[in-house]
Design a protein around this ligand. Structure first.
Ligand code: GDP
Ligand code: MG
Length: 166
């Protein structure tokens, strides 16, 4: 199994924490698909049977005060080049302008989307369905995974779900 995956989300939701958990030190053999991707590689998750290359999405991390068509086009181009997009939100935070900005861009791509609701260690499990609905009401997701990037909850389930579709 191999594929390219973009991980997006507003600052502080836990993207780097998840990357640090996933990315190993093994040297990866890149498929020729790498050459078609001009995006920065954030990390490569490798096991004996799979390799997932996580790529950065230029322009999507900066909160914007006005529309920036150029950066939006770059983000959309990245979205069209990857095999899957992980949209990370934080379970303990309300949906905000940073989320909505990204969701607007995500609504314009046909690439399969996965919702990662991170930091579930900070909320009561009973509140999760309502949190998830805030996002699933607006976008179609191929998979929804409540996780904790710091504690590791459900991270292997998420990877297994992702690998099935790569
Ligand atoms: P990024 O800006 O999206 O890359 O977010 P970071 O990975 O830098 O994380 C922002 C903060 O959230 C850090 O203090 C992390 O330790 C914390 N954090 C990340 N994941 C979790 C989690 O699953 N649970 C809790 N409680 N904190 C987390
Ligand atoms: Mg980060």
């Amino acid at each position: 199994v191999s594929g390219f995956v973009a991980i997006v989300g507003r600052p502080n939701v836990g993207k780097s924490t998840l990357m640090n958990r996933l990315v190993g030190e093994k040297v990866a053999i890149m498929s020729d698909k790498a050459q078609t991707t001009r995006n920065k590689i954030q990390g490569i998750y490798t096991t004996d049977h799979s390799q997932i290359v996580f790529v950065d999405t230029p322009g999507i991390h900066k909160p914007k005060n006005k529309l920036d068509d150029y950066m939006d086009a770059a983000a959309l181009s990245t979205f069209s080049e990857v095999d899957a997009i992980l949209f990370m939100v934080a379970a303990d935070d309300k949906i905000g302008p940073g989320d909505r900005y990204i969701m607007n861009l995500l609504s314009q791509t046909k690439t399969p989307l996965y919702l990662l609701v991170n930091k579930i260690d900070l909320v009561h499990p009973d509140t999760l369905p309502e949190i998830v609905a805030n996002y699933t009401d607006e976008l179609h997701f191929t998979g929804v995974y409540p996780i904790s990037a710091t504690q590791g909850n459900n991270v292997s389930d998420m990877l297994a779900g992702l690998e099935k579709h790569l």
